[in-house]
Design a protein around this ligand. Sequence first.
Ligand SMILES: *[C@@H]1O[C@H](CO)[C@@H](O)[C@H](O)[C@H]1NC(C)=O
Ligand SMILES: *[C@@H]1O[C@H](CO)[C@@H](O)[C@H](O)[C@H]1NC(C)=O
Ligand SMILES: *[C@@H]1O[C@H](CO)[C@@H](O)[C@H](O)[C@H]1NC(C)=O
Length: 413
Amino acid sequence: MWMTNVVALCLLALVASAEDKKLSSHATTLADKSANLAFSLYNKMAKEKGTENILISPVVVASSLGMVALGGKSSTASQVKKVLSADNMKDEHLHAGLSELLSGVRTMLHPTVSDAKTRNTTWKINNRLYGPSSVSFANDFVKNSKKHYNYDHSKINIRDKRSAVNSINEWAAKSTDGKLAEVTKDVPNPDGAMIVNAMYFKPHWFETFNGDMVDKRAFLVTRSLTIGVPMMHRTGLYDFHEDKENRVFVLNMPLGQKQASLILIMPYYLEPLERLEKLLTRKQVDTWISKLENRAVAISLPKIAMEVSHNLQKHLAELGLTEAVDKAKADLSNISGKKDLYLSNVFHASAMEMDVIGNPFDTSIYSSGKLSNPQLFYVDHPFIFLLKDNKSNSILYIGRVVRPKGDVLRDEL
Ligand SMILES: *[C@@H]1O[C@H](CO)[C@@H](O)[C@H](O)[C@H]1NC(C)=O
Ligand SMILES: *[C@@H]1O[C@H](CO)[C@@H](O)[C@H](O)[C@H]1NC(C)=O
Ligand SMILES: *[C@@H]1O[C@H](CO)[C@@H](O)[C@H](O)[C@H]1NC(C)=O
């Protein structure tokens, strides 16, 4: 009898974990806040001269901020909450909510054995806090930052910059199966605490591209610079919107079993993305999404791998995180038990691979007539994209592709 009960309980637990668990209200609130953060951060970064491709994960940025709040005290900690617009949330709710959000998207995209249906999209998220060798991390902090934010901890010798750079890059490469070879070439201010996020993302399309149809095409970076990229093609039914007033196409490409989707936002023709970026608010994106309509679309998308690395420290300061990054003011004493640390770098780096792979689909669609007269969506010039989680609505990635890797076909400068 007793045994039967135990077995029944286990079964129940399995069923419960396989089902869609609802997010707690704190996690829902934080998903919403992190989406706002996504747009503010993107807009700051887009304005920076010399930045080409952008790739940031707002959920991961939010959870890194949570980690800073965990290590911070008094106004240093409360300022972090302000940047997250979570001023009024209790600490325990903040940490539990962000933790739930992060583990939710992790298991959704990078699931366990029990969740075989979604196993194909890869999203590796590795987080590490580096500190100078003089610092001793407090046990509680190590335990809690691991538990909530999946952070591990390491120390570097601040007098040997070269070895600091190497150890960061080696760790990132190792933890992304070699996909992210380099996070940084330099470690400015190695005397502080440094956040390193090293990620690798590879979407698995809801419907696969045809691998035999990949060919080399031109990608127009600017009027004078053209790059050769492998281009993949497919025609299918997609949610699509043409904003005639703003001369923008918007396309929704679902991933996996539609747990998430990649939303591509592209001007009609080649142009600098500034105009589009001025339009890029959360409200505008929601409006576009609300206007999507299912129709036949012929998609040509570069089959690219990109590695993008940002140091977000300055941009987070622009968004109000001024104390944690200030050596004179920072109080991060919950990290080490002493007021001896400030946040000196926030390295946020991702490798992303867009490939043909996806789920097989019912090919009888070709003879159904549903795909006749498709809308062309030909991605041969810079575009913006968002990866959205279908359940929490959080933004898993936001970025832009301005200059893919490839041979220069034409350069008139
Ligand atoms: C920081 O440390 C103090 C005790 O020194 C503790 O009361 C507080 O809960 C800690 N904060 C966090 C976020 O762990
Ligand atoms: C994962 O991808 C492989 C190869 O594309 C495919 O054979 C397999 O069925 C996929 N699994 C799921 C659960 O979609
Ligand atoms: C979200 O998931 C539901 C249920 O699977 C699906 O019907 C819907 O199309 C998905 N939304 C997107 C944007 O993929």
